[in-house]
Write a protein that binds this ligand. Sequence first.
Ligand code: FES
Length: 72
Amino acid sequence: MPQEKPVRACLCYPHTFAELKALAERHGWQKVEEITRAVGCGSGCGLCRPYLEKMLATGETAFAILPAELKE
Ligand code: FES
């Protein structure tokens, strides 16, 4: 059975969203750019950026695949 929320990590840099959430809380990061500057996530293919934004807004660390219209 496929996972309901299979998106759990940046694919270009070795960090799960759970790890990134913990780092964001520890360092007070509130913007994707702060995550990108510190660990690189978001600066590769960029596919994780909308998920990182949602993680920062909601605290979620696992996501359903976003519809194309919500991706940049
Ligand atoms: S998935 Fe995060 S930069 Fe490619």
